[in-house]
Design a protein around this ligand. Structure first.
Ligand SMILES: [Zn+2]
Ligand SMILES: [Zn+2]
Length: 286
């Protein structure tokens, strides 16, 4: 019985199916990918061969689960620019389609940036964008996970209340979940690196959203200060959350049950080190 699931954001270079082998070599029991270029609106079309190879790899590495997708960086589901808004919704529909073909259960999404819109209006537009994408992909079983954000610039989603409101406004509540990111929460000013702060945070999520909606944890240290609202990821235990902070986070019974994905800066030696740190901390608690 696997007691916890840990992995990284893994490269898909050379083909989506290659991510499994890379994940396995790093000792992952779950991992995250981009199914298309994260910095381009031009989206990868999956061929029947891509899908078959991916499914075969999933069978060969059946202990690695779930596989999670992260949508590209370009969509802004709050945009008031109609062209960008439409492109964003289309990108989400296509991504949901790819996730369905690849049988990926969770898709992580950044809610959006308000720019010069009010927070309320931005949130309304996000809920509407999600609903349009959901109605255009009614057969998809993939759950969209709204990620907690640092609050950099005019990002929406750095307060749990904002995510709760998006879900409340949606007509497809069953298709929305939450992805917590430890670096973003810390940067947004939630003291999750302290036991009391973490307990209060978990209670707040449960009260406003329902803990069962939390499906994935992004485990990242923060290069920037607590409450900085500046989004910089760093290696586990080497940033401002620090090893004592991760001890608190990974001993929480609700948190350690989630699939844990590190999005630490690239580098295989660091990956090995980060994995060791996390496994050690997970093994220290029952
Ligand atoms: Zn993200
Ligand atoms: Zn993240």
């Amino acid at each position: 019985m696997i007691k916890y699931r840990v992995g990284f954001h893994i490269s898909v270079s050379g083909g989506l199916f290659k991510s499994f082998e890379r994940a396995f070599r790093l000792g992952c029991t779950t991992f995250q990918i981009f199914t298309t270029n994260p910095r381009s609106w031009t989206q990868r079309q999956l061929t029947p061969e891509d899908i078959q190879l991916f499914k075969n790899a999933k069978k060969s590495y059946s202990d690695i689960s779930p596989v999670i997708s992260h949508i590209s960086y370009l969509p802004n589901f709050a945009s008031k620019d109609e062209r960008l808004y439409r492109l964003s919704i289309e990108a989400l529909v296509l991504e949901l389609k790819r996730c369905s073909l690849l049988e990926i259960p969770y898709l992580v999404v950044h809610p959006g940036k308000a720019k010069d819109l009010s927070e309320d209006l931005a949130i309304e537009r996000i809920a509407k964008a999600l609903d349009m994408a959901f109605s255009a992909s009614e057969n998809s079983l993939t759950v969209v996970l709204l990620e907690t954000m640092a609050g950099q610039g005019t990002e929406i989603g750095y307060k749990i209340e904002q995510l709760a409101r998006i879900i409340e406004l949606s007509s497809f509540k069953d298709r929305i979940g939450i992805c917590l990111d430890t670096a973003h929460l810390f940067q947004a000013g939630y003291p999750i690196h302290k036991k009391k702060g973490l307990d209060e945070f978990v209670a707040k999520v449960h009260e406003l959203i329902g803990w069962e909606r939390v499906k994935v944890l992004h485990l990242n240290d923060s290069k920037t200060e607590f409450g900085s609202m500046v989004d910089r990821h760093w290696h586990i235990g080497f940033g401002k959350i620090g090893i004592d902070g991760f001890k608190v986070i990974l001993s929480h019974p609700n948190i350690r049950k989630l699939p844990i994905i590190m999005e630490t800066p690239w580098g295989e030696n660091w990956d090995i080190k980060n994995m060791k740190t996390v496994i050690k901390l997970l093994n220290q608690s029952p």
